[in-house]
Design a protein around this ligand. Structure first.
Ligand code: MLC
Ligand code: AMP
Length: 510
C-alpha cells in the first residue's frame, strides 16, 4: 500500500482496496454482488456525471433515497468528484425537507422516484438546479444519466480541511444545524477505528465481513460502519434495513456487526440467537444511545460476546470506545480514542475528579469544522482553548472509563434517532385548541426512550390524543411522532416559569 497524498477520503478507500479487485465488496440478500472493480467503475461513472452537471465548487448534493449499494456509490462518487454530501433521513416529509433545501442550498437533489412528485416543487421553489432520482439497482434518472459516462475518473484532489459532508443535527434551539465534516475528520477517524477495533483485512484469510443493517443517512451507518469496511478492503453484506430474521440469517457469514441499542434489545430477545449462530463473529459494536447494562448482560449470556460500546456524535464522528482487548465495561463508553482528548469539567470549566459529574468537552482531528453558515453558534459551542462542548454530561471512573449520565441539551434519543422536543412542541402548539405543550422522553424497552407529549388545551377546547397523533403523523417523520399524548390542565413550572420536564417524566414515565 503506497502513501496516499490526496486528502480525499475516496483516495484512501481506493488505495486500500484488495489487490484482487474481482473480490466481492458488497453483497445483498437478494443475490446482487458487486466487486471492488464494480465499485470503482460505478463511482467513476457517477463522478463523471456530477462533473458534467458543472456544479459549482463546494456544491452540496442532498440525497434522500432508500438504502441500496447504488446509494452508497452515490456518496462515494460525490466525494470522488470533490462535492459535499448531504444525507437526509428517508422518514422526513415535506416541511422537514424544505428546511434543509432552504438552509443548505444544494445544487443537486437525488430522491426516490416515488417521492419526486412532492420533492420536485420544493426543489424548484428553493432554486435547486438539478433533481435526479435513484431507485437502487432498478435505476432512476441518476443511473440512466450515468450509464453513458466513462468508467474512469481521477479522484479530485482535496485537502484534509476541505468539506466532505454536512450532517444536520440540532442543539438546544431545536433548529437544525448542518455539522460540516471534512475529509480529514473522516479519514483520521476511520484509520483510528480500524486499528483500535482490530479490523482484519478483507483479502487475508479470516478477513472481516461486515453485516451492515444500519441506515446510511447518519454517522453510525454511513461513516463508522461503511468506512470501517471500505478502508479495510472488507466485504459488506448490505441489508436494506434492520430486519431481525435477515440479520439472524446472515450472522453466521459475518464477523463484524454494528447497531444501535434497540437492535441489540431485539437480538437479545430473538429465539434463534445462540453461540453457534455467532460462531464466526469477532465483534459487536453498539452506539448512538445508551446500551442498558441489562441488555449487555443478556446478550453475553446468549452469545458469549461482550458488546463493545462506543460514543460519538455527528459533529465529531467517534470519540471514545471500550477497549478491543481489555475489559469492556457495561454502562461505560470506554476511553478517548487515540488522538482524541476528552475532558469532564464543572460549571467553572475546571476538570472534575473521578466519579464527579460534569460537562463533556472534546478535541481532536475528528472534530468538525463548524456549523454551516452559523459562525456565531459555532463560536458558542467551542471553549477558548478549542474544545467542543458536546452537551452530554458524564463522569470518569477511577480507571479512566467514561460514562454518559445525561444531557444538558433537551434531546430525546429514540431507537438511535434524535428527536428535539422544541421542534415537536412547535408543531403541536400551532394546532387549534392547544394552549401549550411539553415533549419529553420516557423509558421504553425497545426504543430506549419514547417520545411523549403533554398538552394543555385552550379554555373551552376539547383535545383528542388520536387526532393530535394523526395530524403529526401527516406532517413529520414517523419516529418523531409521540407514542402517547397526555392532555392536562396545566404544566408544572418552577419559580422562574420554566416547565419542569423532570416532574413530567416522573409522572408519565411509569
Ligand atoms: C421506527 N419507528 C420508530 C423508530 N424507528 N419510532 C421511534 N423511534 C425509532 N427509532 C416507527 C416508525 O415510524 C413506524 O411507526 C414503526 O416504528 C415501524 O417502522 P420501521 O421502519 O419498520 O421500524 P423498525 O424497522 O422497527 O426501526 C427500528 C430501528 C430504526 C431501530 C431499526 O429506528 C433504526 O434503524 N434506527 C437506527 C438509527 C441510527 O442509525 N442512528 C444513528 C445516528 S448517528 P408507525 O407508527 O408509522 O408504524 C449518532 C452518532 C453515533 O447518533 O454515536 O452513532
Ligand atoms: P447525533 O446528534 O445523532 O450525532 O447524536 C449524538 C448523541 O448521541 C451524543 O451527543 C450522545 O448524547 C448520544 N450517544 C451516542 N453514543 C452514545 C452512547 N454510547 N451512550 C450514550 N449516548 C450516546
Amino acid at each position: 500500500m503506497g502513501t496516499v497524498t490526496n486528502g480525499n477520503l475516496y483516495a484512501l478507500v481506493e488505495a486500500r482496496m484488495p489487490r484482487d479487485r474481482q473480490r466481492c465488496a458488497i453483497e445483498t440478500p437478494d443475490g446482487l454482488y458487486y466487486t471492488w472493480d464494480d465499485l470503482e467503475r460505478a463511482t467513476a461513472k457517477l463522478a463523471n456525471l456530477l462533473r458534467s452537471l458543472r456544479l459549482p465548487l463546494g456544491a452540496r448534493v442532498a440525497v434522500q433515497t432508500e438504502k441500496s449499494p447504488e446509494a452508497l456509490m452515490l456518496y462515494l462518487a460525490t466525494l470522488r468528484a470533490g462535492y459535499v454530501f448531504l444525507p437526509l433521513n428517508t422518514a422526513y416529509q415535506a416541511a422537514e425537507i424544505d428546511y434543509f433545501l432552504a438552509d443548505a442550498q444544494p445544487s443537486l437533489v437525488v430522491c426516490s422516484p416515488q417521492n419526486a412528485h412532492w420533492i420536485e416543487p420544493l426543489a424548484r421553489r428553493r432554486r435547486v438546479a438539478h433533481l435526479l432520482t435513484l431507485d437502487g439497482a432498478r435505476g432512476g434518472t441518476l443511473i440512466e444519466a450515468g450509464a453513458p459516462e466513462s468508467d474512469r475518473f481521477d479522484t479530485v484532489r482535496r485537502e484534509p480541511d476541505d468539506l466532505a459532508a454536512i450532517l444536520y443535527t440540532s442543539g438546544t434551539t431545536g433548529r437544525s444545524k448542518g455539522a460540516m465534516l471534512t475529509h480529514g475528520n473522516m479519514t483520521s477517524n476511520a484509520l483510528v477505528l480500524q486499528a483500535y477495533w482490530g479490523w482484519r483485512r478483507g483479502d487475508e484469510p479470516g478477513g472481516d465481513v461486515l453485516l451492515h443493517a444500519l441506515p446510511i443517512f447518519h454517522v453510525h451507518g454511513l461513516f463508522v460502519a461503511s468506512h470501517g469496511a471500505l478502508v479495510n478492503g472488507s466485504k459488506m453484506i448490505w441489508l436494506p434495513r434492520f430486519d431481525l430474521a435477515e440479520v439472524l440469517r446472515q450472522l453466521p457469514r459475518s464477523t463484524v456487526f454494528m447497531g444501535v441499542p434497540t437492535m441489540y434489545v431485539r437480538l437479545a430477545d430473538a429465539p434463534g440467537l445462540d453461540r453457534e449462530l455467532v460462531r464466526n463473529m469477532r465483534l459487536f459494536v453498539s452506539g448512538s444511545a445508551p446500551l442498558l447494562v441489562e441488555t449487555h448482560r443478556q446478550f453475553e449470556q446468549r452469545t458469549g460476546h461482550r458488546i463493545l460500546e462506543r460514543y460519538g456524535m455527528s459533529e465529531t464522528v467517534m470519540l471514545t470506545s471500550n477497549p478491543y482487548d481489555g475489559e469492556r465495561r457495561p454502562g461505560t463508553v470506554g476511553f478517548a480514542l487515540p488522538g482524541v482528548s476528552v475532558r469532564v469539567v464543572d460549571e467553572h470549566g475546571m476538570r472534575c475528579a473521578p466519579e464527579q459529574i460534569g460537562a463533556i468537552e472534546v478535541e481532536g482531528p475528528n472534530v468538525f469544522k463548524g456549523y454551516w453558515r452559523m459562525p456565531e453558534k459555532t463560536r458558542e459551542e467551542f471553549t477558548a482553548d478549542g474544545f467542543f462542548r458536546t452537551g452530554d454530561l458524564g463522569k470518569f471512573d477511577a480507571r479512566g472509563y467514561l460514562s454518559i449520565v445525561g444531557r444538558s441539551k433537551d434531546l430525546i434519543i429514540s431507537g438511535g434517532y434524535n428527536v428535539y422536543p422544541k421542534e415537536i412542541e412547535g408543531f403541536i402548539d400551532e394546532m387549534p385548541g392547544v394552549a401549550e405543550s411539553a415533549v419529553i422522553g420516557v423509558p421504553h424497552r425497545d426504543f430506549g426512550e419514547a417520545v411523549t407529549a403533554v398538552v394543555v388545551p385552550r379554555p373551552g377546547a376539547e383535545l383528542d390524543e388520536a387526532a393530535i397523533i394523526a395530524e403529526l403523523r401527516a406532517r413529520i417523520a414517523g419516529f418523531k411522532v409521540p407514542k402517547r399524548v397526555h392532555i392536562v390542565d396545566e404544566l408544572p413550572r418552577n419559580s422562574m416559569g420554566k416547565v419542569q420536564k423532570n416532574m413530567l417524566r416522573e409522572q408519565f414515565g411509569r
